[in-house]
Design a protein around this ligand. Structure first.
Ligand SMILES: Cc1cc2nc3c(=O)[nH]c(=O)nc-3n(C[C@H](O)[C@H](O)[C@H](O)COP(=O)(O)OP(=O)(O)OC[C@H]3O[C@@H](n4cnc5c(N)ncnc54)[C@H](O)[C@@H]3O)c2cc1C
Length: 322
């Protein structure tokens, strides 16, 4: 029996209380048959430890498998999710870990501007909506998704259904794993080779608790999409400054929708070997304008991040395996 086939190691019948359990593959009655007969209703039996093992066995198997990932995406906002969808779909052989500090993935894309509902995307970002199956109203130069949550929930559902992606939410990236790179002239820089993680709640208590060491994920390529500066935002580019790989951050500039969206998509790139930066995190690095509530650049920056990743993946993997 495989590890996920319901072998609990208790009394062999999967529920530990001596009753006969359904075998995997036994379907429940159709919903229509349940309705109207609630007096006779009962759930299938279960023992608490069965629930516990069903969760922990899978989570620890994932931690084991993804300790060596091909790509780590930091941040599951609109850019990170778009990158995950594109990369995992284009290259199903890649093992992709998405690390999200929040309990709820989706970043700032659950609402439009000023907490309104509608999400605006300028063309040609409509192609991404069509690709993932998000309905929209065509207004000519731009399209409107009725509710931003429809975009985020749809992309999220598509990403989570992909067999080569694992979302680790409530998990913060606390640092980057680096390897030294020595140039021909003897100068040294770094290549990013993975991430350092911790439960977000633990990360938030480093100042008042001691000895809470982190965990790690090795990967030849990291895509950082942690959003603009904030308690958790712009994480990787700020770390590049503190480890002296970037002199200073440009700082997000004032709002200019026209300039900002093109700049973010065009600028999405590998910033140092092994680290691709996209979405609003890039505005902090490049000193690009903010764009306000128009989200096409986030989706297409994610697509570009995936494309940049595929360009360099084989090289970075070879360097990582040396
Ligand atoms: C105050 C505020 C101002 C805004 N200003 C703008 C603006 O000027 N322009 C604009 O276009 N949009 C703005 N927005 C809207 C929206 O946030 C962004 O457009 C869009 O969501 C950015 O997408 P993103 O994927 O780059 O980042 P986000 O949607 O911010 O997603 C980043 C994700 O990364 C996660 N994360 C961050 N650090 C870490 C870490 N260390 N480890 C793991 N996960 C991490 C966060 O929890 C988050 O889920 C703003 C939103 C807010 C709340």
């Amino acid at each position: 029996m495989g590890p996920f086939n319901g072998d609990d190691g208790n009394n062999g019948n999967g529920n530990g209380n001596g009753t006969t359990a359904s075998r995997p593959g036994t379907l429940s009655k159709p919903l229509a048959d349940l309705m109207g007969s609630w007096d006779d209703f009962a759930f299938a039996p279960i023992r608490e430890s069965t629930v516990s093992r069903a969760m922990t066995r899978r989570y620890f198997a994932d931690l084991d498998a993804y300790a060596e990932s091909d790509v780590v995406i930091v941040g599951a906002g609109s850019c990170g999710l778009s990158a995950a969808y594109t990369l995992a779909t284009l290259r199903p052989s890649l093992r992709i870990a998405v690390v999200e500090a929040g309990v709820a993935p989706g970043g700032g894309a659950w609402l439009g501007g000023q907490l309104f509902s509608a999400m605006v995307m300028r063309k040609p970002a409509d192609v991404f909506l069509a690709e993932v199956g998000v309905p929209f109203e065509d207004e000519g130069d731009y399209v409107v998704v009725r509710h931003a949550a429809l975009f985020t929930s749809t992309v999220l559902a598509r990403v989570l259904a992909l067999p080569n992606v694992k979302l680790f939410n409530a998990t913060a990236v606390e640092d980057l794993i680096t390897r030294p790179v020595v140039a021909a002239d003897g100068s040294t820089s770094v290549r990013v080779a993975g991430v350092v993680t911790n439960w977000t709640l633990v990360s938030m208590h480093h100042d008042d608790q001691s000895c809470m060491d982190p965990n790690t994920i090795n990967a030849p390529l990291v895509i950082s999409t942690t959003g603009h500066d904030g308690p958790f935002g712009a994480f990787s580019v700020k770390r590049l400054v503190s480890m002296r790989q970037v002199e200073t951050l440009g700082g997000m500039r004032g709002l200019d929708m026209g300039a900002a969206e093109d700049a973010i998509v065009k600028g999405t790139r590998e910033v140092v070997p092994g680290l691709i930066v996209g979405g609003m995190e890039l505005s902090e690095l490049d000193g690009a304008n903010r764009m306000g509530p128009t989200f096409g650049a986030m989706a297409l920056s994610g697509v570009k991040a995936a494309e940049e990743a595929l360009k360099v993946f084989d090289l970075r993997k070879a360097q990582n395996d040396e």
